[in-house]
Design a protein around this ligand. Structure first.
Ligand code: NDP
Length: 458
């Protein structure tokens, strides 16, 4: 592996890659718990909300659960060679598309070694190609051509988890080579922790950057294809049509992915790319969690064929549209600004570090307006499933916890970057995610998170 597009300034390896002195996620025990917990939860959300196991949640018979977990054949049933080959075929397709499809090369942000990575922009055309091929298959063979995804769900999950494990392990081992630029948070020396959080900042094979590739292509596009496959499964059962609730989930989530891929360069200013290393946390999140957990609502609607009617459809559509508006304009304002443009003439403050921080527009209302928009959309994706089970709301609850925690991590990172300027900004913009209204959640709850995550290694 190499980071060939990186030009390094003359610094010793320990100056460039200082030891990580602060743990996140409750340190090594927390990292181990999440490393095991994410795959377990991905399976649990399948078995805990599935037609095959009898409901959402199914009636729990402890004796049956124990019998399954202690039987070798049950464990073997998680694996399926055909599903694994299909998954590998899908992954290979996205890699081939990255190489073959044309795309501009754009610079990432300046890294702390003074270099900039170059990224090829063709995630959107990869999606169009994948959708074109899918449409051709559906046109030729009908919706039953994709229903294998519903049948082989759990085996595809296994394949995706194994892929993330292999990549995270490979990247962890490769990060020990001479000259690798490590993530500031991933060099603690504890293998379990560094493997989870990501030791190397930008593992690459030549000009192929694994982190940004995995972030946008094999998982996100697969999520849409899975939703389409669920709509096909429903259509087969209903004689060709799908419910309005399925249309909403399919439309909202496809739009979200389209938007992310269309605005591909915007991810190069996000925390995942600029700050986090590529370890098991991102690998399993990108490859297994996103496609197989985020599509739970579509899978649920396969056997719970809810018709919402025009009023509920319009209301839920409105929630998603509002969320999208906030999410897109907030991310757009920051992305423009970070790329030297300020078309709305927004106010900003100058920091001693040289960077400027927006103090009006969305970033003047709260410190993470983009998270607020994202959360509203998450709610709109669950509402079409009705209220007969809380499990289809798992995504909103999990996402709120993730974003509150992420906001804390970003706050800490910005405090390190900007020092007293960050305090000044926080005085100007006191609200974290939701301006004013939900102060209990903003102040008390995240205070609790502070206590939970904010302890030092030294
Ligand atoms: P953000 O895009 O919110 O970026 C945070 C960075 O923005 C800070 O580190 C800082 O970096 C810069 N910044 C902070 N305040 C200001 C300001 N006032 N003016 C200008 N720049 C500022 O971080 P994320 O990577 O967390 O989120 C990106 C998007 O991805 C969000 O919309 C989020 O909702 C979404 N997301 C989605 C997930 C999913 O699973 N669907 C998971 C996680 C995120 P600097 O100053 O160094 O530029």
């Amino acid at each position: 592996m190499s980071s060939s597009s990186v030009s390094t300034s003359p610094q010793t390896s320990s100056e460039l890659n200082p030891r990580t002195t602060h743990y996140e996620f409750l340190g090594p025990p927390g990292a181990l718990a999440i490393t095991i917990g994410v795959p377990v939860m991905t399976y649990a959300l399948y078995f805990g909300c599935s037609e095959q196991t009898g409901g959402c949640p199914p009636p729990i018979d402890t004796a049956v659960v124990v019998e399954s977990l202690t039987s070798l054949s049950w464990w073997k049933s998680l694996w399926d060679t055909q599903a694994t080959l299909l998954y590998l075929g899908w992954y290979a397709f996205t890699v081939a598309a990255w190489y073959i499809l044309p795309g501009d090369w754009v610079d990432g942000t300046t890294m702390r070694n003074g270099g900039k990575k170059k990224y090829k922009i063709n995630a959107f055309s990869t999606m169009l190609l994948a959708l074109g091929i899918t449409s051709g298959v559906l046109y030729r063979y009908g919706p039953q051509a994709l229903t294998f995804v519903y049948d082989k769900w759990v085996n595809l999950v296994t394949a995706a988890i194994l892929m993330s494990l292999v990549q995270a392990l490979g990247c962890y081992l490769a990060s020990f080579r001479e000259g690798a630029l490590l993530a500031l948070g991933g060099n603690s020396g504890n293998p379990n922790y560094d493997f989870y959080i990501g030791r190397e900042l930008n593992p690459s094979i030549g000009s192929f950057d694994l982190k940004s590739f995995n972030e946008l292509r094999p998982g996100l596009i697969l999520w849409v294809l899975i939703d389409i496959a669920m709509a096909c499964e429903q259509a087969v059962r209903r004689g060709g049509s799908i419910t309005d609730s399925m249309w909403l989930v399919l439309g909202f989530q496809s739009w979200y992915v389209f938007d992310a891929l269309y605005n591909e360069p915007a991810i190069f200013t996000t925390m995942d790319i600029t700050t986090d290393g590529f370890g098991f946390m991102l690998a399993v999140g990108d490859l297994a969690w996103v496609p197989f957990v985020y599509s739970l609502q579509a899978r649920y609607l396969v056997w719970n064929q809810i018709e919402l009617g025009p009023i509920y459809t319009a209301l839920i559509f409105g929630v998603n549209a509002l969320g999208y508006y906030i999410f897109r304009t907030a991310n757009g304002e920051k992305n423009d600004f970070r790329n030297g443009r300020n078309p709305k003439n927004l106010q900003y403050m100058q920091t001693e570090r040289g960077t400027k921080l927006l103090t009006s527009g969305w970033w003047g209302r709260c410190r993470h307006p983009n998270y607020m928009g994202d959360l509203l959309m998450a709610l709109a994706w669950s509402l079409p499933t009705g209220f007969s089970t809380p499990i289809t709301y798992f995504y909103v609850i999990y996402f709120a916890v993730l974003l509150i925690h992420r906001e804390r991590r970003d706050d800490e990172a910005c405090e390190k970057k900007y020092g007293k300027d960050w305090h000044k900004y926080k005085q100007l913009v006191p609200w974290r995610i939701i301006p004013g209204a939900i102060w209990i959640m903003d102040v008390v709850w995240t205070g609790w998170f502070d206590a939970l995550i904010g302890f030092s290694l030294l």
